[in-house]
Design a protein. Structure first.
Length: 227
């Protein structure tokens, strides 16, 4: 069963008094299962805050976040931890791999934190991202693009409903950037994942279903490439 992600009138405020900063300003976003959404915008516009709130890492000051109709806003820390482990996959800009672990063990890692319903096979995922031939290598033996592919496989192993991707092409050349985002689109569409990708790379946006722009904490739709 795949679930939609909804943010409704989400505001996130940091600090108080003269030091108050509004990172998100009444943001609403719906991401359907099987939809790859791109969020573009200048640095400091609130894109990282959007991912943090959508991924239940940061609690919004106001508004609501729901996953398949289940409200995450106000849930207990234990409940949110379970949601992150079983329902949400994160792909970090740097890969965020564990230095001592092989690529295969990186992908297996999320399965060691507790029971996961119908996990995907780590070796099959490594093959899907073109990394099965380097399953025994550690991060320092992999290129930036290869580490990104391992990170994607790790994010998908729990069969998440939501995939949150932070600047996946920041350190990659043009061709590797295209390959990475094409892979994300393929996984999103095939497995019905609600995917949000933050990016500065406008050259990869044709892989996305819907594009939003964030400026000063406000989110507005730019276009739907298909229409």
């Amino acid at each position: 069963m795949t679930l939609a992600l909804d943010l409704t009138d989400v505001t996130l405020v940091h600090g108080d008094g003269d030091d108050t900063v509004t990172a998100l300003d009444s943001v609403s976003l719906h991401v359907s299962p099987g939809e790859l959404v791109a969020v573009v915008g200048p640095s400091g516009s609130g894109k990282s805050s959007l991912l943090a709130v959508a991924g239940a890492l940061t609690e919004a000051t106001s508004g609501s976040v729901t996953l398949g109709g289940t409200t995450l806003t106000g849930a207990s820390r234990r409940e949110l931890t379970a949601v992150r482990r079983q329902r949400i996959g994160f792909v970090f800009q740097s890969g965020n791999l564990v230095p001592a672990l092989t690529a295969r063990d990186q992908v297996r890692l999320p399965l060691t934190f507790g029971s996961v319903e119908k996990p995907r096979d780590p070796d099959a995922l490594l093959a899907a991202v073109g990394m099965d031939h380097k399953a025994g290598r550690r991060p320092h033996q992999l290129s930036g693009g290869e580490r990104q592919r391992v990170g994607i496989a790790r994010a998908l192993v729990t069969r998440p409903d939501v995939l949150l991707v932070d600047e996946p092409t920041a350190a990659l050349d043009r061709q590797r950037s295209q390959d990475i985002v094409a892979l994300l689109a393929e996984e999103t569409h095939q497995y019905g994942v609600a995917t949000v990708m933050v990016t500065h790379d406008h050259d990869v946006l044709h892989h996305c279903d819907t594009i939003y722009e964030m400026i000063d904490g406000r989110l507005g739709v730019v276009t739907s490439p298909a229409g």
